[in-house]
Every structure is written in structure tokens, then in C-alpha cells.
Design a protein around this ligand. Structure first.
Ligand code: NA7
Length: 856
């Protein structure tokens, strides 16, 4: 006989317990299926010495019921495993959840029955289960990774897995112990095992960054902040990037002096929180350079603590940026290596050959021990979902096959081909990169709200579409560009498991942003889901929920809140004042070798220019750059961060020109100034410290128009040699009927109305077909090689593409970069739109290549 329920839940940890509570509250019948003998999930199994959570107790706790918060007081800043387990037992009892859980029960098969529209589950204990909805609340770090070391079974003494620790504990007194693995589990266990064992040998493959936990009572200030306004605090946590309300710094590393950085680092180090260091400066975990400064300071702490220099050096992580691999919080970890009974074996120098009857043999020596502890981690994120059972979805598709090249989900919550299956904190959701307690509550609420919503609408099935899932995978991958996670081999990427597909699995775009996206899916008529009823009728609003790059999306959301006036409503002077004021709040560009200002003769009088010189010895190739601003706004210093970035990345001298602006100077003033400036720079390249010879011309937006026109004028009139042209989102034509103008007419910073205004101020309709205004209408043969960069959500996208296509058709060597998910202003927003880095790097490479080819 089947046990029939509305919902079956796998796992009785934080997720499973809250799910059962909410499902019951919603009047749904539910069963929990749990392999362990008790509640607790990963906190039931991970009982190794020193096991603690690395999120403070002020944050790592359920928040769904204020009365529960009143009823429970955590005793320390970071809760121990026994206390967390006691808490989860308390929760289970308080809400009477145990009666809905079948313990000591593993799901052996799960099969979607399309006719019955139900999941049929086989179990290792008790009756099979038939359920309408099947929810995997099986945890991200719950399936142990096999040790994968030869000879592991030959060892004569006891072996222990930190993730399957004996309930009665282990006494290592008088024993020689080996610990293999220095992730969080090893780093927490090692100091305590060292205190007990007669001798401890630690086998380390990869050193990890660890900072002192400074455990003790929860800090009074943190508790006071929470208790002052608990509801407000919890709400802020829900919308924060990591599920904890914390201040984020505005200053970038290069804006701080060395002393200021040191001061911030020491404060972060003594904060006793993982976030203390990652928020030391704005680019601490998002930029390789900003991170390198931080990582080196941590290595300094390790060298200061560990007395044996060789051991200290072996403990210093060198192969990954801080934060790209989960950093650890420890209590006396590095000090432990100063004990006479502790030895570190660096497996990078002497890899393990085999485990023998008496111990561990490396490439250099035999280490005899009485016990081995494997702190070797987990088959994270997907392990528990795939290992529990064969799961078969619609049409016989197996989850293992669907995920053979890495997990694919929609929102990390659902999988195409697997109707009525929900994953709690699945791959593709913030999960392990956020405070799990908050991430779990958000998922559980979303899942239960969908199930109850479907009940009210008379719907019986829900399934993600392939389109939505593929779009989500792209968005998840885009988000990884915001972090440095891709630069480390970790369990985040599957790299810790032999044969596992590689790719950053958690969603790195932040929990608050993610919550907003999940809500948006619902408000857009369940975008990307196919919903069906018992009669087989389906509805589907198909699509991708996020097509913008993640940081562009956040920026636009922030700007929308500011309710800024439409630029074209201001008049030229006020618009100029407004843009100057707006620029003051952007991050200053990074340092270059030297910045100097000067003047050069334009077509109608002197023009100011700003020169960016690389820090490397010259002479450098020269780029003449024309700024953006619709021929109306901006000046030689208005694209400062982009010019610095081009200068640094290309190692070329960038000369940014303050060409004349409309409406004071209408067409063709800007174009003629462009030509005059390029001629002057060509003639004076050596004088300004550049390499004489062919120049590169670059421009952005209206500056792209000036650059393109200048190349045509130089071809026709002579006066300079141009090695190549970089056109970033250029204005190339006065035609407003191309699709990108209507698709992106508003909402993406540069609007159609603004472009109308710019054109009106610059050029009368009668002149607009002149190639000096619309270079697309000019003769295009014989022009220098070009890189044309366009952005997907830009009114100017299609005319940029049209120009590139027309250049190619005219025999010009041209490459295109179509920046997906970006807006007109994205790529110039250096250090704000981090996802533009790849495009900026390509632009710099292109101009460098243009210049170098001409030298050869
Ligand atoms: P981790 O962080 O995956 O650490 C496992 C450690 O075991 C790590 O140092 C591994 O080295 C090492 N390891 C794994 N397999 C081997 C073999 N075959 N030989 C030698 N060393 C090996 O797991 P944890 O349990 O410590 O922590 C998991 C998360 O739980 C943690 O991040 C917190 O979020 C809580 P490697 O780095 O792969 O070279």
C-alpha cells in the first residue's frame, strides 16, 4: 500500500523542518523522509571535534516565527554542532514535526508518473510514497566525498570521516593521528585533536585562508543591533547580498593609502567574521588586484604566527584569491603548528602514494599512525540529490543524465523535464554563498506559496521550460564574472570530485537580488513555467527572467529609485551641470603613470586635451580618443575611468580630446575638430612622448561618430596615418527606425528621446545624411581596420552593427563585439559594471594589436 501525500520532503535539517511546518500550516499533507535517526541534517552527522557554524548566531537562526526567537537563546557567537542540533530538536518538538517524519529511511527510487501526475517513491523503510510534489531538502553539504586515496581500506587502525563522526565521540588520547584535509572541517578539528593526541600529522594538499573566529559570547553590539529592531534587521538580512545586514565599503583599494589599507585589514582580521575581510575595500573579493593586497596581508599573519618558516610558507595559500574558495574561521589553527607534537606534510611536495596497514606513505616517507581522520569534504550541491536514488522525470529522463555536464536548473529551484520537483537551495541559487538559514526560508516560502497558489488556481503540475532554464544558466554564469570564484578549484565548482563537471554552482549574484528575481517570476505570470491542470490544459508565459548583466540590472534598479529627470528636459547647460555632478559619485579611475592636460589647435580654435601615459617606459603607441555625450555633453576628462582603463590595459598613450560641442558649435564642428586633432597628434606624437607613426583612433557613442568620421576624412584628405579604429556604441546614422531604437527606447539609460534631442542640437535634418554626420552613408572602402563594439540593450545597437557589416562589405578588416546584456553606458562604467571587464580587455587588446601590426 502506498502512503499518499500531497508533498514528500527528503531531509529533516533546517529546510525539511521548516517545509513540514509551512506545509502543515497550509493544510497540505506531507511526509519527511530522513536517512538519519533524528532531525538535524548535516548537523546530525557532522559531529567532529570543534564543529561549528561560521555564520554568527545572531544571523544563523530561523526567523519565521518571532516567538521562536524569543524562546531560544544562543549561548555563543558561533554555535557549536551540539547546540545547533539541540536547536533543531527544539524546533521539531515545538512545532510537533517528528510525527510527519519517517526516520532511518532513504528514498531508493523516484519516478514521475505522467498519467497520475504524481511522483512515486520507493523507500528503504516502510511503504512506498505517492506524492503530488517532491521536494529535495537534502542539503548542499551532506553527501560525503569518498576519500579517493589508494589503500584506504588496508589501514589496520580506525578511520573516521568528519562528516560521519561516531555519535559516542572518539578519544585520541595517547594516539598518533593523521588528518587528511584542511578545509573548514579539518581546520576546526585539527587544534582540538592536537590537544588530545600524542602526535598529529596533518596532510595538506591545498592551504586555505583562515581567520580567527574570536569565539565567545555573542558580541554585545551585534546583539544590541539585532534586538533594537529585530523585525527590521531580519528584513534587511533577507534583501542583503549574503543574508546578513552588513555595511559595504565604497572605497576601492587604490583610493586608500597603504596605512589606511593596513588599518582596515587589522580591523577586519579582528572582526572575527568572514565578511570582515571581504569588505575591507570595495574590490577585495571582486578584483584580482584588490584581492592580491588582501591575500598578501593574510599570508603575513600566517608568517607572523607560525614559527617554523618552512611550515609557515607551506600554510600560505598561493594558488587562489582569498574568498574564491570558502575561507575558514578558526580557533588557534595556525598556532597549532607551533606545538611539538604536530607536523604538517605538504602534499604538493610529497603526494600521498598509498595508505598502508600502518599509516600513510607519501612520495618521500612513511608516516605510521594509529588512526586516520578524513576531513576530505563533500560531493557538494548536487551529491545528495543525485546519490539518494535514481530520479526519473518526464519521458524517462534521469536526473544524472540531465546533469551529466553539470547541474541545470531554473532559479536553482526547479529542473526542466522534472515536473513538480522542487530543490531547496539547489545549484543555481545563492545557497552556500549566503547565510543558509535565510536562503532556506526564502526557498521554502517560495515553494509553499507556489503549491498553495496552484491549489487555488486548480493547477496540478508545474515545470520549468527549457528556455527559462537555459536563460537562467546564462545568468548564473554571467554572475560568476562578478566574483573570483572561477579562479579556484573548489567544491563550489565541482573540482574537488574526480570526474565531476566543472562550473561555479552557487548563484553569485547575491541573495537579495535573487529574492527579487524569484518574486519577479511570480509577478510576471509565472514566467518560464508551464502550469497544467488535471484535464491536461496548460498555460505558459515563456521567457528568460534576466537578460541584462547582473550588475547592469542592479544599477538600473538603483537609478530607477532616484527618479532622475529626463536629460532632454533640462536644456544643454543644466544637463551639463547634471552630468558633472553625477560623475562626482562614480569611482575614480585607477592610477596610470601620468596624467597631463594640454591644448592643441582645433578646426575653430584651441581644444583642450588630456593625456594618459602608462607607467611603463615609453615611447608608447598613441590612441586619440573622442568622448561620449551626444555632441553636447562631456569634455576631455569626462570618460576618465575608461581612458585610464584603456591606457593601463593596452599600455598605450591615450589622448582624450575636448572637441567643440553643440548647440554652441553645430555640425560639422565636432567632425572637423576630430580631424584636426588627429592630424596634430600625428605630427606631435614624439613631442608628447608617444611613438611616431600610425595612430589608433577610438571613440564612444557620439565620440564613436567623431572617430568614424575622422577615419573617413583622414582617408580622403590625408594628414595622418591611422592603424585602426575602435568604435564603442558609435552613432553612425540618423535613422531612428531600426529595431534597437524601439526595443530599447527607454529604461536603459540612453533613451530614444535623448538621441532625438542630441541630434536636434547638433545637426539640422538637411545635413544629417552628410557622411560627416552619418558615416554609414559615406564611402567605406579603404578605411583602417576596426573593432565595432555594440551593446544589446542600446538604441544605437543596430546602427553600430550596420556600420560593422557595411565596413566588412566594403572590404575593411573589421571585428565585432556584441556585448550581451549590456546597455549603452555599461562598458565605460569601469569598476561599476564589473561584467564589462572582458569587453574592456578585448578593446584594449584590439587597439594594441592595431598599433603593433603597423610597427612590424
Ligand atoms: P572541503 O572544504 O572540501 O575540504 C576538504 C579538504 O580535504 C581539502 O583540504 C582538500 O584538499 C582535502 N582533500 C580532499 N581529498 C583529498 C585527497 N584525496 N587527498 C588529500 N587531500 C584531500 O571540505 P570541508 O568538510 O572541510 O568543508 C566543507 C564546507 O563545510 C566548508 O567550506 C564550510 O562551508 C562548511 P583540496 O583543497 O581539494 O586540495
Amino acid at each position: 500500500m502506498n502512503q499518499d501525500v500531497d508533498v514528500a520532503v527528503v531531509g529533516a535539517g533546517f529546510s525539511g523542518l521548516y517545509l513540514l511546518h509551512r506545509l502543515r500550516q497550509a493544510g497540505l499533507s506531507a511526509i519527511g523522509l530522513e536517512t538519519g535517526d533524528d532531525v538535524g541534517g548535516t548537523w546530525y552527522w557532522n559531529r567532529y571535534p570543534g564543529a561549528r557554524c561560521d555564520v554568527p548566531t545572531t544571523d544563523y537562526t530561523f526567523s519565521f516565527d518571532p516567538a521562536l526567537e524569543d524562546a531560544w537563546t544562543w549561548s555563543e557567537k558561533y554555535a557549536t554542532q551540539p547546540e545547533i542540533l539541540a536547536y533543531l530538536r527544539f524546533v521539531a518538538d515545538r512545532y510537533d514535526l517528528r510525527r510527519s517524519i519517517r526516520f532511518a529511511t532513504t528514498v531508493t527510487t523516484a519516478t514521475w508518473d505522467d498519467t497520475a501526475q504524481r511522483w512515486q517513491l520507493g523507500t528503504s523503510n516502510g511503504a512506498p510514497v505517492s506524492c503530488r510534489f517532491y521536494v529535495m531538502a537534502s542539503g548542499c553539504l551532506s553527501a560525503p566525498k569518498p576519500p579517493e586515496i589508494e589503500g584506504a581500506r588496508d589501514f589496520a587502525g580506525p578511520t573516521y570521516l568528519t562528516s560521519r563522526w561516531p555519535h559516542e565521540g572518539v578519544d585520541f588520547t595517547g594516539k598518533r593521528v593523521a588528518v587528511i584535509g584542511t578545509g573548514s572541517s579539518g581546520i576546526q578539528a585539527i587544534p582540538l585533536i592536537a590537544q588530545q593526541a600524542s602526535h598529529l600529522t596533518v596532510f595538506q594538499r591545498t592551504p586555505n585562508f583562515s581567520i580567527p573566529a574570536l569565539n565567545g559570547p555573542a558580541p554585545a553590539a551585534a546583539v544590541a543591533t539585532l534586538e533594537r529592531d529585530r523585525a527590521g534587521y531580519r528584513e534587511r538580512a533577507r534583501w542583503s547580498p549574503v543574508g546578513m545586514p552588513r555595511q559595504r565599503p565604497a572605497e576601492y583599494s587604490w583610493q586608500l593609502s597603504e596605512a589606511e589599507r593596513r588599518e582596515r585589514f587589522e580591523r577586519g582580521w579582528m572582526s572575527g567574521e568572514l565578511g570582515g575581510l571581504s569588505t575591507a575595500w570595495a574590490d577585495a573579493v571582486s578584483d584580482v588586484d584588490g584581492n592580491a593586497l588582501l591575500s598578501e596581508m593574510i599570508r603575513g599573519k600566517i608568517r607572523d604566527t607560525v614559527t617554523d618558516p618552512a611550515t609557515a610558507e607551506a600554510l600560505c595559500p598561493q594558488d587562489h584569491p582569498f574568498g574564491s574558495k570558502r575561507p575558514c574561521l578558526d580557533t588557534g589553527y595556525y598556532d597549532t603548528y607551533n606545538r611539538p607534537n604536530v607536523k604538517l606534510v605538504d602534499l604538493r611536495r610529497e603526494p600521498i602514494a598509498t595508505i598502508t596497514r600502518s599509516g600513510i606513505r607519501t612520495a618521500k616517507a612513511d608516516y605510521d599512525v594509529d588512526a586516520i581522520v578524513f576531513a576530505t569534504g563533500f560531493d557538494a550541491m548536487t551529491g545528495a540529490m543525485l546519490a539518494v536514488h535514481p530520479m526519473t522525470g518526464r519521458g524517462g529522463i534521469k536526473l544524472d543524465d540531465a546533469w551529466a555536464d553539470g547541474p541545470k536548473t531554473y532559479l536553482g529551484l526547479t529542473v526542466a523535464g522534472f515536473p513538480n520537483l522542487f530543490l531547496v537551495t539547489g545549484p543555481g541559487s545563492p545557497s552556500v554563498l549566503a547565510n543558509m538559514a535565510v536562503a532556506i526560508e526564502q526557498h521554502v516560502d517560495w515553494i509553499v506559496d507556489r503549491i498553495t497558489g496552484m491549489r487555488e488556481a486548480g493547477q496540478t503540475t508545474i515545470e520549468a521550460t527549457e528556455t527559462a532554464q537555459a536563460g537562467w544558466s546564462r545568468h548564473v554564469a554571467d554572475c560568476t564574472g562578478l566574483t573570483l570564484h572561477r579562479l579556484a578549484n573548489t567544491w563550489y565548482t565541482g573540482a574537488n570530485m574526480r570526474g565531476k563537471a566543472r562550473g561555479v554552482m552557487p548563484y553569485t549574484g547575491g541573495l537579495g537580488a535573487y529574492r527579487g528575481i524569484c518574486d519577479e517570476v511570480v509577478s510576471r505570470d509565472m514566467l518560464g513555467f508551464r502550469l497544467g491542470d488535471a484535464s491536461g490544459n496548460t498555460t505558459c508565459n515563456d521567457g528568460e527572467v534576466v537578460r541584462l548583466q547582473p550588475d547592469v540590472r542592479l544599477l538600473l534598479a538603483e537609478m530607477a529609485k532616484l527618479n532622475l529627470p529626463a536629460m532632454e528636459s533640462l536644456g544643454a547647460d543644466a544637463a551639463r551641470a547634471f552630468t558633472i555632478q553625477a560623475r562626482a559619485s562614480r569611482p575614480a579611475g585607477r592610477p596610470v603613470g601620468e596624467i597631463t592636460d594640454g591644448t592643441l589647435p582645433g578646426a575653430g580654435g584651441p581644444l583642450r586635451y588630456r593625456l594618459y601615459r602608462p607607467a611603463t617606459p615609453g615611447p608608447h603607441g598613441v590612441v586619440v580618443y573622442f568622448h561620449a555625450g551626444g555632441w553636447v555633453l562631456g569634455s576631455h576628462d569626462s570618460d576618465d575611468p575608461l581612458c585610464r582603463d584603456l591606457c593601463r590595459r593596452s599600455d598605450m598613450l591615450v589622448v582624450s580630446i575636448d572637441y567643440r560641442h553643440a548647440p554652441e558649435h553645430r555640425f560639422p564642428a565636432a567632425a572637423e575638430d576630430g580631424y584636426a586633432a588627429v592630424r596634430w597628434v600625428a605630427q606631435h606624437a614624439a613631442q608628447i612622448g608617444g611613438r611616431p607613426g600610425p595612430l589608433v583612433v577610438a571613440g564612444y557613442s557620439a565620440g564613436g561618430n567623431v572617430a568614424a568620421v575622422t577615419c573617413q576624412l583622414v582617408r580622403d584628405r590625408g594628414g595622418a596615418e591611422i592603424a585602426g579604429q575602435l568604435l564603442l556604441c558609435p552613432v553612425t546614422d540618423h535613422d531612428f527606425t531600426r529595431p534597437s531604437y524601439s526595443e530599447n527606447a527607454q529604461g536603459y539609460h540612453l533613451t530614444k528621446a535623448m538621441m532625438h534631442w542630441f541630434w536636434d542640437l547638433y545637426c539640422s535634418p538637411a545635413d544629417r545624411s552628410d557622411p560627416r554626420a552619418s558615416p554609414l552613408r559615406g564611402e567605406l572602402t579603404g578605411l583602417p581596420p576596426a573593432l565595432v563594439v555594440t551593446c544589446e540593450f542600446d538604441p544605437l545597437r543596430d546602427e553600430g552593427i550596420a556600420y560593422a557589416d557595411a565596413l566588412a562589405a566594403a572590404g575593411v578588416e573589421v571585428s565585432q563585439l556584441q556585448a550581451r546584456g549590456h546597455i549603452h553606458t555599461s562598458l565605460a562604467m569601469v569598476d561599476v559594471i564589473i561584467t564589462g571587464v572582458g569587453a574592456r580587455e578585448r578593446m584594449a587588446q584590439a587597439i594594441r594589436r592595431f598599433a603593433e601590426r603597423k610597427i612590424r
